[in-house]
Design a protein around this ligand. Sequence first.
Ligand code: RIB
Length: 284
Amino acid sequence: MKIVVAGSLNLDLVGHAPRIPQAGETVLGSVLERSQGGKGGNQAVAAARLGAAVHFFGAVGRDAAGDELLAGLAAEGIDVAGVQRVAAPSGHALITVSAAGENAITVLPGANQAAPLPPAGALAGASWLLLQLEIPLATNLAWAQAARAAGVRVLLNAAPADTRARALLGAVDLLLVNEGELVLLGGDAAALGAPIVVTTLGARGCRAWRREGLLERPARAVQVVDTTGAGDTFAGALAAALAAGRDPGRALDEASAAAALACTQRGARAGMPGRAQLDAVLAD
Ligand code: RIB
């Protein structure tokens, strides 16, 4: 069950505050935390913790943050041979998390702008390619087309929201969006051209539109501490479940439960479950 992730790696600088400031406003917060993130890296970690063999392709700087980000992926058992060191600062994200667990994120892509095009053989033996929108669109397009040519299915998480994602949809097997991203892309899952469109609905669960019909799943009730990385956990867990041959309903259940668990701890990756934890929750 090999999964390839082409995407971003960021060092997250997280400030916790009572609420997220409005434009022009200053809010006094409490602690500053530093953790590994980036939508690509987060999704790779979520899939790897659930048992997928993950190969990551991206770029970091020749700096301490790059060392840390690479070591973080390697410690999860992810193959990082496809990560390039480039002459640009590693990606960073400035994140404010509110007392309600909601966040506002500014990404400074840096080295992620130099994420590699697909090298020959990169997709060999893979069942799914996982993409997001924190590397250049042209790079994502090249990966999606290479996957098509290699018979590898493509899961695009169209986040952060960007209307230019429409250019990719013709080469996508499964589009994953939240409600805001869906609206930005036109609002009608049936009209987007992807065979499957999964929409995450936060505390209301998730919905999958397929030509065969709609699948809906409620969210698990958890004590929300930090929603950062919940969408990434959903994406990685969904890819891992589909790569392992789970049926679509079970795959949604796994993704949904994993994303709920991710919200129970601070930081994008800390709450992502391993296989045993997720299986225990699903058996409840
Ligand atoms: O989805 C959460 C992630 O978005 C953070 O880890 C941050 O790095 C940004 O990429």
